[in-house]
Write a protein that binds this ligand. Structure first.
Ligand code: ZN
Length: 427
């Protein structure tokens, strides 16, 4: 399903704290893209504020959090992570890869308050949930008390009170209010049209999506809407069981009756079982190699900085090489200070080549560290030198002010030093 975003928003500010795309992840490996959103996760801010308040949090890379949407105390809705992307919100990549996450501002602080939300926020929440369900084909909002329902909560994945007593107590009411609007909306206002379908014809989750079941028997079925993708027109079954092919205008390609032309082997490549297989060079992932082994590559194609090889088995394409190119942010030049930094990081076990050239490995090693007020040590001393303040190895007021000024100058979130800040510091 093509992902869309809500038109109910009055602010769009896309957070850097998100993962591009949505995936099934097994043992840390992206197995296949997730094409359909099946859940909504409602959070509370544990705070009171406006969309600007929320924006300041999620635009700061050091905060490492986001949500697809936030609703503020006066009921305004903001988009902070496109629905196509996974937000960093529920302490669970499994959940966030499947859910639209919504952070709702409270209208009062503190445990004694019960963490209420305003009526305006509640109304906006219901409207937004209805909109999300409609656009993503979620038939109803259902709370099962565990992660299997279409409504999930943060506390299912982490030790947190989120979404707070007030929202928790209204769980059933939220579901009822959303589902009442969905029912009215789905009362068929389209008469549709009839098509003849054969038994066992595939039923897809979305037009052009994946097969979820098949037609039970050969007869006529009512299609309530259709959608053309390429040469194929898909129709949505009135039963809402899914989409079927109602017309296929794919041109007939002449193929020789003899066996397919033999592709000459280019070379053999050793691949690990968990290497991803792509449908096309640079296309979407369709699975993994499946077993360690030596594979024959019959064709090569370069997309961006990756060289893809076509597997002789016909299973798809794999990445055979990543081309190291100079990147937009690092200079590639020798810098004595960078060499010093690499040595400091190595003392902490980074295992870098201390070549004095900043690159992604150095950046990744830096990202493990933050500099907060009161921190001490050689890394602090290095940061002080880099920022041109007196290098006593203690992050005091002067050092923190220099960090804040540096963050401001580079358009970064102002706070302790960490995350992407390092990229700007070492380039
Ligand atoms: Zn939460």
């Amino acid at each position: 399903m093509a992902f869309t975003n809500s038109s109910l928003v009055s602010m769009v500010s896309i957070s850097p704290n998100r993962s591009i795309g949505r995936y099934n992840i097994v043992n840390g490996v992206r197995i296949a893209p997730i094409t359909k959103i099946t859940k909504i996760t409602i959070h509370h801010w544990a705070g009171v504020g406006t969309l600007d308040t929320f924006k300041n949090i999620v635009m700061n890379p050091n905060r490492e959090m986001s949500a697809n949407y936030a609703i503020d105390v006066i009921g305004k809705i903001g988009l902070f992570c496109p629905e196509a992307d996974r937000s960093w919100c529920s302490s669970s990549q499994w959940n966030d890869n499947r859910a639209i996450t919504i952070e709702v501002s409270n209208s009062a602080y503190g445990d004694a308050s019960g963490w209420p939300i305003s009526d305006a926020s509640y109304k906006a929440l219901i409207r937004l949930c209805v909109d999300i369900c409609k656009r993503n084909g979620i038939p109803k909002l259902e709370f099962t008390g565990d992660k299997n329902g279409s409504l999930t909560y943060h506390y299912m994945y982490a030790s947190t009170g989120c979404p707070g007593p007030y929202i928790k107590a209204r769980t059933q009411q939220i579901c009822n209010d959303v589902n009442a609007q969905l029912q009215t909306a789905s009362t068929p206002d389209v008469s549709g049209y009839l098509v003849s379908l054969e038994a066992n014809a595939p039923i897809y989750d979305t037009a052009g999506g994946k097969v979820i079941s098949k037609i039970a028997k050969s007869t006529k079925y009512t299609i309530v809407k259709d959608k053309k993708i390429g040469y194929i027109t898909y129709g949505l079954l009135k039963s809402n069981a899914g989409w079927v092919v109602v017309k296929n205008e794919t041109p007939v390609v002449h193929t020789p009756t003899t066996s397919a032309p033999v592709q000459s082997d280019l070379y053999k490549k050793s691949l690990k079982a968990n290497e991803l297989v792509y449908k096309e060079a640079g296309g979407s992932t369709i699975g993994t190699v499946g077993a360690n082994g030596v594979f024959t590559i019959v064709e090569e194609k370069t997309v961006g900085n990756q060289v893809f090889g076509k597997l002789k088995s016909g299973k798809g394409w794999v990445v055979v090489k990543t081309i190291q190119t100079s990147t937009s942010w690092w200079s590639g030049k020798y810098d004595a200070q960078i060499k010093e930094l690499q040595q400091i990081l190595n003392a902490g076990g980074a295992g870098l080549v201390a070549d004095g050239i900043a690159g992604d490995k150095t950046f990744q090693a830096c990202k493990k560290y933050t500099v907060k007020k009161g921190d001490t040590g050689n890394l602090i001393k290095w940061v002080q030198k880099r920022l041109g303040v007196s290098a006593d190895g203690i992050a005091g007021t002067q050092t923190m002010n220099a960090i804040y000024a540096f963050q401001k100058k580079n358009g970064l979130g102002v706070g302790y030093l960490g995350g992407d800040d390092w990229k700007y510091l070492i380039r």
